[in-house]
Design a protein around this ligand. Sequence first.
Ligand code: S3P
Length: 434
Amino acid sequence: MLRTDIGEMETVQPAAHVAGTVHLPGDKSIAHRALMLAVLAQGESWIDGLPESEDVRATIACLRALGGSLQRSGRGMRIHGAGLESFATPHGGLDCANSGTTMRLLAGVLAGSRVSATLDGDASLRRRPMARVIEPLRNMGARIESDDGHPPLLLTGSALQGRRHVLPLPSAQVKSALLLAGLAARGPTTVVEPVPTRDHTERLLAVMGADLQVAAGTVELRPSHRPLGPIELAVPGDFSSASFWMAAAALRPGWSITIEGVGLNPTRTAFLRILEAMGAGVEVELTASEMEPVGTVRVTGRPLFAVTLGAEEVVAAIDEIPALLAIATQAEGRTTIAGAAELRVKESDRIASMAEGLRRMGASVDERPDGISVEGRRALHGATVDSNGDHRIAMALAVAGLAATGPTRIEDADCVAVSYPEFFATLSEVTHAG
Ligand code: S3P
């Protein structure tokens, strides 16, 4: 279904104090992968702590439309996996809604299946580049038609041949799509990454018994006659959702937020090091370390200083850059982000969306094709700003609004439900605590 409506406005009041302990929705990246792999496995999987977010709902709906058996039970889901052979051609298209991960990973899953499917999404997803998955999948023998590399994707499952892919740009979604396709391919599938990206797919595949070799910058998957085994998984809290609370706490000396049960996979946590480099107080306690490390993070506000980030740091904190830009307005000096052209092809053009929103609030921002600079410390004033339908922009501008002198009105703010439906309720708790 295309999302053409403009959502609700939210007003964020300046905060006198920010404090509290927050619990997070489950990690979206892990949830998408665990659901798909559980359907591809043989046997009954149990996944606890799935987020109620629209993106993950889209994945669940697509897997059900393909014949997958997924039953909700409390906060968890029981999945009767019966392998790729059990997939059926869906009636109608597969609606990936706003979720790039759903579309790109499902393209990989379905490439080697026996089904035909049309993968489509909302207006934002239709603008996003898909050639990055279509081309390497075609190279393995996939049959995928598209409108000049954009959704909808018309996919007809076919026999695949494993290949060695050297990715021209770092993308965990592309890496994962190719590994998922590799499960059904003849011969090994190898993915070489220019820069390391999140490795949730590799961790899940290893736990489920896939024949996987991981060495510096290279993942190799060998086809196995043994089916993937089912999993029991508690999805950790989403680090990227947590980043908005970390940023909120860092805004002013003396503000502080504790985040419990947050996923601490080292491929995701670069933002903690960036916050420390900016001067914020960061304490981390590891509480569990099974398939994915999990722990408690406490961020305390202290005087902030600007940072300069290059391409490698940007990749490691790609979804946290909007939150970082919000606090850069309160950091002494010029924060400069380079090598970040990918931000322009996310749910919105995140460089333009943040530049526009922060400028309306009185910030001094410079945009470049592949980067952005923010001058601090600037007094922000309340303004009407636009999320551009992008959940992370809505949340980052809400964080900036905590440090403004008047109310900040965020247009189309209910898009936070894409990853974090409870965001504004939790925001109200941490700004009214103690
Ligand atoms: C994701 C990978 C990243 C990230 C996105 C989720 C994933 O995208 O920005 O929010 O779950 O693999 P890219 O693969 O396009 O870098």
